[in-house]
Design a protein around this ligand. Structure first.
Ligand code: BGC
Length: 258
C-alpha cells in the first residue's frame, strides 16, 4: 500500500508517498523550509501544502521531534514551546483532511531501519541513535519498539548528552571529527553500560559522513550506520501509519512491532 510520510525537521519539512511493502519512496520527496517561527499553525499549513502537492487523500504518517502521546506533543526541546499540549495528529487531520498518525522522529527512523535498513531481522536489544540538532533515541527489544525514549537528554558530567555530542554541537563548536567522536564515545559507552544493547544504529545527518568518525567509535556492542539515510523519517512515518488503513487505530505508536 501507499502512505504519505512527512518528516518535520528544524530546517525542512519533507514528504513523499511511500510504498510500505518495499520501504521506498514512490516519487521524489517534496521539501519546504520549516517556517520561522515554527508555530503549529504555520507548520500545519506546510503539511497541507505537501499533501496538496501529491493530491493526497489517503493515510498520512508524520514525525515530530518530541515526545508524542496519543497524538499530542508533550515536550519541546528543540522546537517552539507552544507545541507542548498541541495535538499534532488532530492538526494534521484538520489541515490535510486525511487520516493521520504522528510519532517521535527517532522512533520513526528506528522503525524504518528495523524493517528495511541496518536493523532488518535483528532480534535482541537494538538502540537507534539519530545525531542532528539533538540526539534522538529509539529502543527495540525483539523488534518491539519502546516508544518515546528521550535518552538524548541523559546527563553526562552535568550536561545533557545532546548538548555534548549532537551534530548540532559539533557544528556550533567547530569540533574536529576526532573531537566529536570522543564525545560520542563517552555517550554511547554510557548507554552501553546502562542498556547493554546488541546493536547500535547510528543515523541522522552524520550517517552520510560515516567514514569520518565510524573508525573512531568503540563500544562492546556492534555499531552499524543507518542505511535509509535522510529518508528514514519519511519511510518510518509511513510504515507506522499503515495501521490507519488497517482500521484498528491506536493514536500513537505504542504497539508497534516491526
Ligand atoms: C527531543 C527528542 C527528539 C530528538 C531528535 C530531542 O531533543 O527531545 O524528542 O527525538 O531531539 O530530534
Amino acid at each position: 500500500m501507499q502512505v504519505l510520510g512527512i518528516d518535520i525537521g528544524g530546517s525542512g519539512i519533507k514528504g513523499a508517498p511511500v510504498d510500505t511493502n518495499e520501504g521506498q519512496l514512490v516519487t521524489t520527496r517534496h521539501r519546504i523550509p520549516t517556517p520561522d517561527p515554527s508555530l503549529p499553525d504555520a507548520v500545519g499549513d506546510v503539511l497541507a501544502q505537501i499533501a496538496r502537492h501529491f493530491d493526497w487523500t489517503g493515510p498520512v504518517g508524520v514525525t515530530f521531534p518530541a515526545v508524542i502521546k496519543a497524538g499530542t506533543a508533550c515536550t519541546a526541546a528543540n522546537v517552539d514551546k507552544s507545541w507542548i499540549g498541541t495535538n499534532v495528529a488532530e492538526l494534521t487531520r484538520a489541515k490535510t483532511g486525511c487520516p493521520a498518525l504522528v510519532l517521535n522522529d527517532a522512533d520513526a527512523a528506528g522503525i524504518a531501519e528495523m524493517e528495511f535498513g541496518a536493523g532488518k531481522g535483528h532480534d535482541g536489544v537494538v538502540i537507534m541513535l539519530t545525531f542532528g540538532t539533538g540526539i534522538g533515541t529509539a529502543i527495540f527489544v525483539n523488534r518491539q519498539l519502546l516508544p518515546n525514549t528521550e535518552l538524548g537528554h541523559m546527563e553526562i558530567r552535568g550536561k545533557e548528552g545532546e548538548q555534548r555530542a549532537s551534530d548540532g554541537t559539533r557544528k556550533r563548536k567547530g569540533l574536529t571529527w576526532a573531537g566529536w567522536a570522543k564525545r560520542v564515545n563517552e555517550y554511547i559507552q554510557r548507554m552501553d553500560a546502562l542498556f547493554w544493547p546488541d546493536l547500535f544504529i547510528i543515523g541522522g545527518g552524520v550517517a552520510n559522513k560515516a567514514e569520518q568518525f565510524l573508525p573512531l567509535l568503540s563500544t562492546r556492542a556492534e555499531i552499524r550506520i543507518a542505511e535509509l539515510r535522510n529518508e528514514a523519517g519519511i519511510i518510518g512515518a509511513a510504515l507506522a501509519a499503515r495501521q490507519l488503513a488497517a482500521g484498528a487505530l491506536p493514536d500513537d505508536c505504542r504497539y508497534i512491532r516491526v
